[in-house]
Design a binder for this molecule. Structure first.
Ligand code: PEP
Length: 252
């Protein structure tokens, strides 16, 4: 099963989000994509309005972050129970914008993902190196440093298999630069090795993210250890997003 997940970031207003969700729900319901899951993550103020649009359609709703506590004095944060109440079934954690713009630490990101996991919200755990880290030959090390605190926490969790990892090289996000096949294959191999060492089973989907577009996705989704994509820019255009879903479906 492939996953094509759209991260809408803070790009759209409430009305625009509803409009885009309608178009995506419509193509997802009209066509049959038995091998591809369609996920969308609107920004928090849009979740309530988008939720009824995708309810009872093949489109899964998700959030862009969640706090590790269930409730309390955490201004500006969303809790996992709140997101579930809104109809979310997944949550993105550790996106590079959270790490690099908002200074979220590896430990806090692990706690966010762990809370989501134990409350039954699938975390999409993002990892990825900066351009400098790649140039310095540190890609594998950075991925291990980002993923390990989460893997440590979930060792004690019985439902540990229900999460997704997204490999998103920071230098490829929103830049138009795409990692090449060798770079993606290698990074996904590192992630799958880490998962294999930490967990009994390694059926965790690993998505690629970073300037995925219809004209480069066929090559990316053909890489055997790629299970789909986390998409920013191209997920805001329903036609491009539909094309990505169709490309994923063709591979299956
Ligand atoms: C992202 O923000 O997760 C992302 C991959 O963005 P883009 O597709 O625009 O590079």
């Amino acid at each position: 099963m492939a996953i094509v997940a759209g991260n809408w970031k803070m790009a759209l207003g409430v009305g625009e989000s509803v409009e885009l969700a309608r178009k995506i729900a419509s193509f997802a319901s009209d066509a049959n994509y038995p091998h591809t899951e369609i996920w969308i993550a609107p920004s928090p103020p849009c979740l309530g309005a988008v939720s009824p649009i995708v309810q009872n359609t093949p489109v899964k709703l998700g959030a862009q972050n969640a706090h590790w506590e269930l409730k309390g004095a955490f201004t500006g944060e969303s809790s996992v129970p709140q997101l579930k109440e809104l109809g979310c079934s997944f949550v993105i954690v550790g996106h590079s914008e959270r790490r690099h713009i908002f200074g979220e630490t590896k430990g806090d990101i692990a706690k966010r993902a762990h809370r989501a996991l134990i409350e039954g919200l699938t975390p999409v755990f993002c990892v990825g190196e900066t351009e400098k880290e790649r140039e310095d030959g540190k890609t594998a090390l950075i991925i291990a440093e980002q993923l390990s605190p989460f893997l440590e926490l979930i060792k004690e969790t019985s439902s540990y298999a229900n999460f997704v990892v997204a490999y998103e090289p920071v230098w490829a996000i929103g830049t138009g630069k795409v990692a090449n096949v060798e770079q993606i294959e290698e990074a996904h191999g590192v992630i799958l090795d880490l998962l294999g060492e930490a967990l009994d089973k390694t059926s965790i989907p690993v998505l690629y993210g970073g300037s995925v577009k219809p004209d480069n996705f066929s090559e990316i989704i053909s890489i055997p250890n790629v299970s789909g994509a986390l998409v920013g820019g191209a997920s805001l255009d329903s036609e491009k997003f539909r094309k990505l879903v169709e490309i994923a479906e063709e591979r299956a």
